[in-house]
Structure formats: C-alpha cells, structure tokens
Design a binder for this molecule. Sequence first.
Ligand code: PMT
Length: 405
Amino acid sequence: MSALIGKNILLGITGGIAAYKAPTLVRQLRAAGANVQVVLTESAQKFVTTTTLQAVSGVAVRVSIWDEAAESAMGHIELARWADCLLIAPATANNISKLANGIADDLLTTLALATQAPIFIVPAMNQQMWSKPATARNIQQIKSDGAIVLGPASGSQACGETGLGRMLEPEQIVDTLLVHFTTNQALKGQRVVITAGPTREAIDPVRFISNHSSGRQGFALADAARKAGAEVCLICGPVNVETPNQVERINVVTAQQMLNEVMSRLENCDIFIGVAAVADYKPESIATQKIKKCPENKNTSLNLVENPDIIKSVTQCTRPPFTVGFAAETENALENARAKKQRKNLDLIIVNDVSDIRIGFDSTENEVTLIWDSGEQLLKRAPKNEISQSIINSIADVFNSLQKP
Ligand code: PMT
C-alpha cells in the first residue's frame, strides 16, 4: 500500500522552465494516493497554466494571498496547517534566496514560513546560477533551517548549457516522498556501504580480467536499503545500471581501488554488504604496450597474483561493522557458503547458485539462501528488486536483534 495515500501535499511551483514537468508530478502524486493543493507564484504562471494544474490536481489552484474567495474557503494559515509536507518543485534561485532569508512576500513564501510540516525543496536553475557562492550559501542556510533539498541533477539544460541544475524527474521526487512517509523503516538512520558489480584487472592497455557481474543485485539492494531508511554509499565496478535515487555512488575499476574506497568509509559504517564479484587474482604486472600476438608461440601464459580480500579486510578492522557477504557458488552451495562465512568471519552470508543461468550473474532474477549464526532462510526465485527488499528486511532483523542489550 502506498505511504502517500491520504497525505496532503502542498505543491509550490516557481517560475522556471522545469515548471513544465509540474503537471506530471501532480499526476504521479495523485496516482500514489496523495491530495495535492497547488500554489503558483506570479512568474510560474508564465510557464504553466492554472487551468492545466486545476485539471490534474482536481482542486482550484492558489496564486495570491489577496484572493478573497479562496482565503475565505481556506485561509493561508489553515492551508499551512493542512499540509503534511510542503514541496517546492521547481524551486528557483530567487525562491530559495527568499526562503533562506525568511522573506514572505507572496503566498508560497508566506506558507513556507507558516507551516510546521517538513519542507522539500527541488532546485532547478542554470548551472552558473547553481554554482554561484550566493546560491550555495542560501542552500546551506535552508538546509540548516531544516529543509530537505532534493537534487539538482546534472545534464543538458534548456538554456543549452550542461551541468548541475536540472530538476529531478517527477518519479524521483515521488519516490523520495514515499520513503519519507513510510513508517516501517527497518534501517532508519543506519549507514550502509555496499559494493557491487565486477572489478577489472588490466593485462595491458586494452585487455583485462573480469567477470559477468552486471551490478543489478548490488544496485537493487542499495535501493532497498535506502527505502528502509538507511544512508547508502554504493561502491561499484564498471557497470551500466542507473544509480538509485538518493544513493551516493562511487565508481572504481580495480579491486585495490574498491578496497581503498571501502576502508576510507568504515568509520562511519554500521552495515557493510559485499555484493561485488571482486577478481580474486590480477596479473603480476601490467604490460605498458599492447601484448603482440607471437606467430611462433601457440601457447602463452599469464602470471597472476592474489588480490586483497576486501570483505576480510572489513571484518579484520578494529571495530568492524555488521558484515554481510555474498557467496557465488556452482557446487555444494550451502556447505561452501557456511565455510566461507566462517573463513571470512561474516555476520551473515547470502548464497546464490550461479550454475543456474536463470539467477545470479547478469540475470534479472535471483534465488538466495541467507545464513547467519542462529538461522537460515531460503528466498525463492524473484526479480532482484523484490528479493532485495526481503534480503534487507532479514538483514535488518538480524542486525537489530544484535543491537538490543
Ligand atoms: O551483479 P549481478 O549480475 O546482479 O550478479 C550478482 C552476483 C552473482 C555477482 C551476486 O549475487 C554475488 O553472488 N556476489 C558475490 C560474487 C563473489 O565474488 O562471490 P565469492 O564467493 O567469490 O566471494 C565471497 C565474498 O567475498 C563476496 O561478498 C565478495 O564480494 C567478497 N570478496 C571476494 C573476493 C575478494 N578479493 N574480496 C572480496 O571482498
């Protein structure tokens, strides 16, 4: 059931080109079950019409504090109290500057001062405007006043420039509100570090050793952990998967780079989940030039040396986080996984039988067994995003049971 059902969203729209996405945002909020009251600023009306927004929200749009008919139906203070949250999308540099300084010179900024509900700000502006110190100061100020700032995203802009300043997409905004209103947040406040994807170990400038990990399983777990209330950092090898909303992503290539990034984040980590298929070995040396085919030699060989074991380094640190490993097995899956859990000193291991081509590497589904000190749990074959929610719930149960005195 959607956590937005029956929630009252006061949606402020300010005057930027991204306002053209507002009707889609309203439709998606309503589809998720929310009641939406739109408030337009004067300049927003140059980009999107009250007629359109009234049609999609099903409610008369508010534009002015001096509208006597609207004020007598529901005054602006009542409107501020009605809201379960105030969402401003898009929020221009001008609007953010007013919020940072407590200016209340129109209906929207007055509501922002009058409401006790959480305030979500979704900036949208030219990349130069976003990078100006004044904007940075204002963003810092509204954050320390308690506003939650979503985005901006980077990419091509309506003005023809490229950079940071694009408004987040409506589905990302709705997704964040869904998480905000979800009460069952099993990992609320926990800091989770997840590794995902393959690593690549160079042989020469054009060749490398790697594997078939797509990153899907690790990315799906990052999304599920974030939806369970965690702050998530995802450290991944070269993959082609979209970063989940509100997840910090760090790109690496080699096992050594992945190890360095993991170790530098351990101090602030409550739960570590190693999903990455880390190359166990790497070439002893990397040829500086492309290795030539030699017609006289039918056979050749490559000298390999062991890579660092990332997850073992995590469990060997002074104050290890709750550590979850994966085991990719092709035979005696459960037996090998139990031994791996012991060998790597893990709190929990998740085993997938990667000899089954329907699951595991580069597939959209997985079937896993979770093994921890006092139990085992089979999660039957399901899409990786679904199975990830169950995995995160189980990790949270075991983790939370160990935190109790
Ligand atoms: O990315 P997908 O296409 O979605 O596929 C998902 C997956 C099959 C990669 C994933 O479900 C999975 O099984 N990941 C673990 C892959 C693996 O390398 O397993 P392993 O049994 O070799 O390693 C055991 C554990 O040690 C793993 O947590 C691994 O991250 C870790 N490890 C291994 C080697 C190493 N040098 N350092 C490590 O930290």
